[in-house]
Design a protein around this ligand. Structure first.
Ligand code: HPA
Ligand SMILES: [Zn+2]
Length: 352
């Protein structure tokens, strides 16, 4: 099932497109909270916690953000996260992100966190989850943004480590809504985590997984068929497999696409070549997200603005992408319908 695009899209003046992209209510479904750590906050937390960083200052750290592929990014991303030690650190990081997201008119954020990045350094699971969950609660009260947490397993680590992480997190299960799979994709296929995802499903968690960022279409197939995920994170390599494109379109499977991430990690070095418009035109349920906004040059609105400017998409595609994002959330259908009403009202208010 899909929806009709309202007639207002044809009455949006072309020069209003950037304002529309900024103002429209949207959901962000693919961002890693550790990837929202700005260099300034990394240095402030390093000082607060007495952590020594291998960079002289903020400029030197930022200069290291020249990535060639996913792994070259992950090495720096895990180093940046090493400054997070206290519950307050996790709280401050998440509040900084949620404030920016609310300013971008994100009404709902479903946020990945990587507990193993922290527990491996001796940080308690409780410290991580309580800090993040308290920020989600306070951000809702302060800025009206709705947020949910998705616990992600690091796929370069073992199945056993994923099970240990799940068991350590279960005492705090009221604070997260879903399970994800991230980190180094190639060589770590979804089926490595078949049994732990099966248990997560039985426990009632929503399931998502990174697949087809750098990895082949076969990884997207196994995320769907073996892990039984409800969304595919990235999924841009699906275009190489016609049958997979058909399956994704037929099932309206949400794909959480991250244009600036794909550009910075050289998946699509030139945004003008990004396949987002093609996938949208092929009937895929694609959405726009920031992935790791502090590392890839922009938060969610910047992703919309740059990919629209580079590919020439217009108001119709803006509506589709925002609506797809709202309806791909794990919020209730009633809540989704309220957000869609706000989206329609926003387009109405901008129509000539
Ligand atoms: O884009 C990503 N892919 C895989 N793992 C990640 N961890 C943070 N960002 C990413
Ligand atoms: Zn990601």
């Amino acid at each position: 099932m899909t929806y009709a695009v309202p007639s207002t899209v044809s009455r949006i003046p072309a020069d209003c497109l950037p304002a529309l992209l900024r103002a429209m209510p949207k959901a962000e479904l693919h961002m890693h909270i550790e990837g929202s750590l700005e260099p300034e906050l990394i240095f402030a937390l390093a000082q607060r916690n007495g952590v020594q960083l291998p960079y002289a200052d903020v400029e030197a750290l930022r200069a290291a953000y020249a990535f060639t592929d996913l792994q070259s990014f992950l090495d720096i991303y895990y180093a940046g996260a090493s400054v997070l030690l206290q519950e307050q650190d996790f709280y401050d990081m998440a509040m900084a992100y949620l404030q920016r997201a609310a300013a971008d008119h994100v009404v709902r954020a479903e946020i990945f966190f990587d507990p193993q990045t922290h527990t491996e350094r001796g940080v308690a699971m409780e410290t991580v989850i309580h800090g993040l969950a308290r920020a989600c609660k306070d951000a809702q009260a302060q800025w009206g943004i709705s947020a949910g947490l998705i616990l992600s397993f690091l796929r370069h680590l073992s199945e056993e480590a994923a099970f240990d992480t799940l068991h350590a997190a279960l005492p705090y299960r009221e604070h997260f809504i879903g399970i994800g799979l991230d980190s180094s994709e190639v060589g770590n296929p979804p089926e490595k985590f078949a049994r732990v995802f099966e248990q997560c499903k039985a426990l009632g968690f929503h399931l998502v997984a990174h697949a087809g960022e750098e990895g082949p279409p076969a990884y997207v197939w196994s995320a769907l068929n073996v892990l039984q995920v409800q969304r595919i994170d990235h999924g841009v390599q699906s275009e190489k497999d016609w049958d997979l494109m058909q399956r994704l379109a037929d099932t309206r499977m949400p794909l959480t696409v991250c244009p600036l991430s794909n550009q910075k990690l050289c998946v699509f070095p030139d945004l003008r070549d990004h396949n987002l418009p093609r996938m949208l035109a092929a009937g895929l349920n694609v959405t726009v997200n920031s992935d790791d906004p502090a590392y890839f040059g922009g938060y969610v609105n910047e992703n919309y603005l740059q990919v629209f400017a580079a590919t020439g998409m217009g108001a119709e595609q803006a509506y589709q992408l925002a609506r797809n994002s709202l309806e791909a959330t794990f919020a209730s259908p009633e809540q989704q319908a309220l957000w869609v009403q706000q989206l329609d009202a926003c387009f109405e208010s901008m129509a000539a």
